[in-house]
Write a protein that binds this ligand. Structure first.
Ligand code: HEC
Length: 117
C-alpha cells in the first residue's frame, strides 16, 4: 500500500486541482469583457443561427453587412435590435438577447458590418 501523502503535499494537490477546475471558468468570465468579436459571437451562441458566409436560420453576417453598406445609422439600429430581437416582416424573427450588454452588442455589430464576401 503506498504511504499516505504528508498533509502539506495533500494541500498542494487540492490547490492544484482547484486551480485546474477554476482556471477555465475564470478565463471564460474574463472573455466576456475583453473578447474578440468572434469570441463574443461564440459566447452568446449567435453562431447557432448565423454563419459569417452562409445563410442558416438567420441571415449570413456578410449579407447583413451588404444590406446596410453605406447606411450610417445601421450600427445604431442594429445594436438595440440584437438585444430586443427583430420584428421582421418575414416569417423569421430573431429572439431577444437581453443578456448581451450594449458594449458587447456594439462590438459584434461593428464586426458583422465590417465583413466582406
Ligand atoms: C434563434 C436564432 C438566432 C440567434 C440565436 C441569433 N439570431 Fe440574429 N437573426 C436571426 C434571424 C431569424 C434573423 C432575421 C430576422 C428578421 O428578418 O427579422 C436575424 C437577424 C440578425 C441581424 C440582422 C438584423 C436586421 O435588422 O437586419 C443581426 C445583426 C443579427 N441577427 C445578429 C445576431 C447576434 C449578434 C446574435 C447573438 C447575440 C444573434 N443574431 C443570434 C436568428 C438568430
Amino acid at each position: 500500500m503506498p504511504a499516505p501523502l504528508p498533509i502539506a503535499a495533500q494541500r498542494v494537490r487540492v490547490k492544484a486541482i482547484r486551480l485546474l477546475l477554476l482556471a477555465p471558468l475564470t478565463l471564460a468570465g474574463g472573455m466576456v469583457h475583453a473578447a474578440s468579436p468572434q469570441a463574443l459571437l461564440e459566447h452568446y451562441r449567435c453562431y447557432v443561427c448565423h454563419a459569417e458566409q452562409e445563410t442558416r436560420t438567420g441571415p449570413a453576417f456578410v449579407d447583413v453587412a451588404t444590406r446596410y453598406r453605406g447606411d450610417a445609422r445601421a450600427e445604431g439600429s442594429l445594436v438595440p435590435e440584437v438585444r430586443k430581437g427583430t420584428h421582421g416582416s418575414g416569417p423569421w424573427r430573431m429572439p431577444p438577447h437581453p443578456e448581451v450588454s450594449s458594449a458587447d452588442a456594439r462590438t459584434m455589430v461593428r464586426y458583422i458590418l465590417s465583413l466582406r464576401k
